[in-house]
Each structure stands twice: as structure tokens, then as C-alpha cells.
Write a protein that binds this ligand. Sequence first.
Ligand code: B3K
Ligand code: ZN
Length: 854
Amino acid sequence: MKDAGATPTDRTVHLKDYTPFGWKVDSVDLTFVLAPHATRVKSRIRFTPTPEAPAQDFFLHGEDLSLISAAIDGTPILPEQTGAGLTCPVPDRPFLWEAEVEIAPARNTALEGLYMSNGMYCTQCEAEGFRKITFYPDRPDVMSIFTVRIDSDLPVLLSNGNPRAQVPGHAIWHDPWPKPAYLFALVAGDLRALSDTFTTRSGRDIELNLWVRPGDEGKCDFGMEALKRSMDWDERIYGREYDLDIFNIVAVDDFNMGAMENKGLNIFNSAAVLASPETATDANFERIEAIIAHEYFHNWTGNRITCRDWFQLCLKEGLTVFRDAQFTADMRSEPVKRITDVIDLRARQFREDNGPLAHPVRPESFQEINNFYTATVYEKGAELIGMLKRLVGDVAYARALDLYFDRHDGQACTIEDWLKVFEDTTGRDLSQFKRWYSQAGTPRLDVTEEWENGTYALTFHQHTPPTPGQPDKLPQVIPVTLGLLGPDGTEVQPSVLLEVTEAEQRFTFPGLSARPIPSILRGFSAPVILRREVDNAERAFLLAHDSDPFNRWEAGRALAKDALIRMITDGAAPDGAFIAALRNVSTDETLDPAFRALVLALPSEDDLAQTLHDTGIIPDPQAIWSAREAMRDSMAAEMEQVLADLYDAHQVPGAFRPDADAAAARSLTNGALMLLSRRDDGARARAQFASADNMTQQIAALSALLSVDKADDALARFATQWADDRLVMDKWFMLQVAFAAPQNAARVAERLAGHPAFDRRNPNRFRAVFGALAGHAAGFHRADGAGYNLLADQLIALDDLNPQTTARMCAAFQSWRRYDADRQQMIREALSRIAAKPGLSRDTDEMVSRILEG
Ligand code: B3K
Ligand code: ZN
């Protein structure tokens, strides 16, 4: 094995070094005797040499394990151990490996491997956590059949697959589907289930359980319904049926990310699955539905077909994000889903792609793979699938996917395998498309136009800026969906797909009676930055007339940005024409209220900072903050009556329902409430807070009161009402930082970190406070560096406990080179202070170095 003998702090793994493992694992039998400080794990693993693999030493990964005993074919052995694993001589024929190790789940605050959360045992093995449970070839291309016995007095004992025995004191689980170790899971605790059944289209009854801690039983209904909708959707749309007798989901309070797709035993951050009308917002419901779907869809895209190595992570993640987005679009509104996905893509992925952390969708090297579960791998990875589908068409896409499932079921695959099914299905050469996987950075697409004798021409010029380690880029294939509108707003050229493959390329449209107005990159058909000289009259025209909802929203967004940038750079007054255009859209009752709410929301501070930076201006976070405030004041003043009418007209009567229509109406009324509070001193918000019978309305009212600094009473009442609800209290922590005035944000975060209910060990709580600080651009970038210093202190303290969450949150500093010399200097000092911490984790070390050096 490549990393045999490497020390944990010095290992860069390269895609080009991939070599297959020299043994096949025929079966794995594990026995767990659970105890918080001394869990015993016995393993019996059958290995068979694979003669076709290159010769290599036998090496098993293992970290933080106390080896009690090991034997080969019953003969005790003394393997040679390093911090990364062990090695020993093995016979050149099939053999049985047996080992017993001891681990201490109660001391595992990293939340990777086997750990404890509120008295419950649970696991997180992706990417490389299984090696903290027992010695094993912990790599995704080693797939095997697992049988697991759990000995414990706890009432609920779960693992992957189907149950074989469940009696007081122990349980046995058998998973008939070969899987890599990263999909292993174990849960044990005093849990309650909401149970249900799903009948597959071939008529098999599947037992479904959503397991929660006592007290959370009332928050399971929505998750269960979402699961059944996901199972049905994957059968209908992708022809994929579930393949075990039972599907378990467990909610865990302490979890590093959203959820995990372990075979037959998905483990969820409780924030990503528990919901009731009283405790969860519309946004929470939508996110929960998407994550349940995402993890369920992994059963085929990830589990039945997995990744050969971790460089191929986007093979399962990009595809599964794409599938969950299709699902959400089907369940809710397709245009609204697309617009919100693009907002998120620009906020997180474009930021990553345009800074020191830029990396290809398929990275070529890493030190710590957990640092590559990024917006680029996930969200840009999903965009690549969307482009592929656009390029080959829906029918060919469906045929290619069928071939992928037929050809690769049970295998650990690569991006080459994935592209090959498209090539074989369509006959198309995808070698240029493949550059999307290897070239980092967001392509810039400059467009110029000509109009002569009834012919309209568009010339595209593509260029991708340098990124760390990649100074020069080749042209990529960019699918550009285009429509042309006539002067009266009718469509003279319905949507067509242009394939831009050259550095420069021209397309002509003859036979037009008048110069058309182009609607370019409809539906955001490629993840690029489109640049074109365009005036505000044309933007207003598209906002009023474009038949493509995405570009309609995009035109409004461009108007908003232009107005705000003029306020920031020239001290201009808020643009009356922009506000008039907003008034027209927001009162157009033919439009989806959710779409109107999106048009009313201003571009984020970070978006404006990046836009300024792209035009060569150093962004001043305080000036950006003030411009948005002033714009909101003007919107509220000039649209007061319109907003009041919207607020009244779209109230949703009756009991709370989390469906898309009701959520859309609430997003519009609550968007209006936010602005109206600037005019009525918070009167409406106070009334809504007092009468709210659901969290969406309560949080919207509280946020509106916070935004006008009138929330003291409401905050106190909220804290009393929800003191015992962890997830709701996370919102209480988060909102106070998010709505603090810029000069106060760091101070509020620091005060909250001293609150008795603050718990650094709980990632949700830590992120509630410090994720909110990092997201508060003007507060985080306060001129005296208080935001930087506080976050650095907190990350230094967290690193000993939880390297994964610490490393992730270092990304708050990634855009540092945009800012002025003083801020850059302060950020460099904050990062250097983190880097100098004795015993810094490999995770954090890699992130800080990349940010500083990239
Ligand atoms: N596959 C997991 C993420 C694992 C993250 C490991 N650091 C969740 C998901 O993408 O579905
Ligand atoms: Zn995933």
C-alpha cells in the first residue's frame, strides 16, 4: 500500500499513484462488545490474494486502536504497527485474519469512527473512519459482505443490512450487498421509532423506521413521508428499487455534516431530519426533504455503484446532488429550485473556485480527503451532470444511466467509467467535456453582438483564470441555452442550445425583422460567469418579458447589483427605476409568490464583494453593508403600500402545511414583513410573533424585530419557550449573531460562546454561533480584526476536539486576498496563529496552508 509507514501528518495522496489492493476480502465478521471507555471489536476477515494486482506488502489501516490480539489461520501473530496501520507476513493463499482491538467511543470527540452522542453509540466512517474501529483495508474499492454482532444491554442495536437476530443483550445483522467499509454503520441506544412500510413496484414490503431519542417522536412524520416519496420517485424516474428488507434512519445530535448514506442504516444530523410545524421552518422542511432524498438515492449512486478511490468522490456526490435537485424540482417548483441552487452555487462554489481553495471537480491530490467534501465536488459536480444531460438530451441521458446501472452494479468506478457509458450510448466523443473534471476555476464567457441586414450575431470568448497549480486552461465545452426576444417581448427565437467549444466562436441568426434582445444562458445552462455590456433598460425589459424564469430573475439581480454598486462606489442614491421594476414584479399575481420573494431579496454582501473585486475595486465590507441597508430603507419607503397589501393578501389560513405553495406564500409575506418593519417600528412583526403557531412565522417575526433592533422581549420569550429544544435553540444562537450590527457581531458571538447552553463539542451549536459570524460579512471583516481574532481563537480551541469541523470552518478566511492590505495582514496573522498551534490536526493544517499559499 502506498501510505504504509507514512506518518499521519505527512501524507499527500495522488490520483496517479492508484494501485489496486492485492487481496479480495471475501467476508467480514465483526463482534462489538460495547462499553463507553472500552469497547471490544473482534474481527474475522477472509482474504484471498488477487494475482493480477501488483505485488505489495500486506497492510491494514488502523488508527487510535489498542491491539489486543491478532492471528492468521488461528496462529497468533505480532504485526508491525505504525500510527497509520499494521503490516505482517501473510500466506500466498486464502487465509483468515482475526483480531481484537479496544477503542473508547466516549472519548471520541472528533465524531469519526465509533463515538457517543447523548448516551447513544453511533458511527461515521466516510471517508476514512472505519480504520478507527478496527484494522482493515479501508479504501472504497475493497468491497465485502459484512455480518455484525452487537453485544449490549441497550434496547436498540442496529447495523447494516437485514436483522438475523434481535434478542435482549445482542443483535446480529447481515448485509448481503458487498460494500466498502466507509458504508459500515452501527447504532446502539435507547431509541424510539416511527415505523411504516413501503411496497416496492415489484411487490416487496420494506420495513421503514426513523429512530430518535425519547421526546423527539413528534418530529418524525415529515421525514418518513419524504422517504416514501423518495423511494417512489427513484422507482419512477430512474427505475431504481430498494434492495433490503428494512431501511433504518437514525437521528443523532452530534454530527459533523448533514447525514450519511450507510447501507440500509442512514445516520442523520438531527437538524437534517427532525421537523414539526412548531419547531421547523419552511426552509428546514425543504432541506430535510432534499437530504432524505439525497441519502436514499445514494443507495444506487454511491452504494451499489461506489467510487474506486476518493478522487472519484464526485462520481457519487455530483450525481446524487443532481438527482436530489431533480427530485426537489419535481416535488416543488422547478424554476425556484434552479434559482436558489444558482444563488448557492455562486455563494459557495464560485467563491471556492475563485480563491486559494480552488480545485478540480476531480482533485488530483490531497492530504486529508475530508477537506474535499466541497461545493466544487458536490455542487459543481452536479452542474457537470446537468450539462451532460443538456448536451446529449433527456432520452440519451436516461439510456446512459440505464447502462451505467447495468454495467457497473457492484463495482467501484471512476469518472472514465461514467463518461464511457455516455460515449457508448451516444457515440459522442466526451474528451473535451472531461476537462470540466480536471480544470479548476470558473470559466468567464464574454459575449459581443452584431446586428446587420436582418442578421444577428453573437460571439463568445471563453477564458478560465489560473488557479493553484493550474496556470493555463484549455477551452471547455460550454452549453449555452439561448432565446431571442422581439422588441414587443415575444420570442422570435425559442430556446436553442449552442455548444461553445472554441476559445472564440460566433453564432448567427439570420432573417430577423428587428434587432432582437438576447436571453443568454437560460436556466443557467453552464456554471460560468457571463460577461456582456448591457444597459439597464434591457435588463428591465428581460425582467418584464423573458419567458425563461431563471433569466427573468437574473435580469432583476443584475439591476439590483448595478444599483448597489453605484451606491457603494459613487455614493449614488437608491435607483428609483430599479425599485419601480421591483414593484411591478412583486405585484404581478401571475407570478409564483416564491419567485417574487426571490426577486425582492437583495444580492448578498459577499456577492457584491466578489463583484467589486472582479472589477478591480477593493471591497469595503462596511460600505457594502450600508448600501444594502439604505436600499432596503428606500424599498420599504417607496413600496410601503404594495408591501402592506402583499403582506395581507398572501397570509396562509388554517393549520400549517409545509407544502411548496404554502411555503411560497409565506416567503413572500415574510419578505414583505422584513421591509415593513422598517416603517411600522416592528408592529406587524410583534403581532405575528405573538400569534405565530409555527416556527416559520415565529422566526420570520423574530428576524424582522432583530433587524430593527426591537427584539429584546421576543428573544427572551423565545429562549424561555424553547429552552429544552436543541434545534430551536440553535436558531436562537444563530439569529442573534446574524442580525447583530456589524460593530457588535463579534462581541455578540463571544458573549454567546459564554452562554451556559453553548457547547463547543456540538457542531450544530458551534456553527450556529461561529458559522453565523463568518457569514456576517461586515461583522466578520470589522476593521479592527476582532472578528478574525475571535474565530481564530475558537478554531484553535476546537481543533483538539474536532478537526473535521475546524478545518471546514477555516474556509471563512478563503477570500482574504480580496480585501485591503490591513485586513489581509490581520487575516494572515490569524491564520498563522492557527498554523502555529502545537499538535494541529492534519485537516486544519492542510486548509490553513492552502488558504495562505494558494
Ligand atoms: N457522503 C456523506 C458525506 C461524508 C462526509 C465525510 N467527511 C454525506 C452525503 O454526501 O450524502
Ligand atoms: Zn452525498
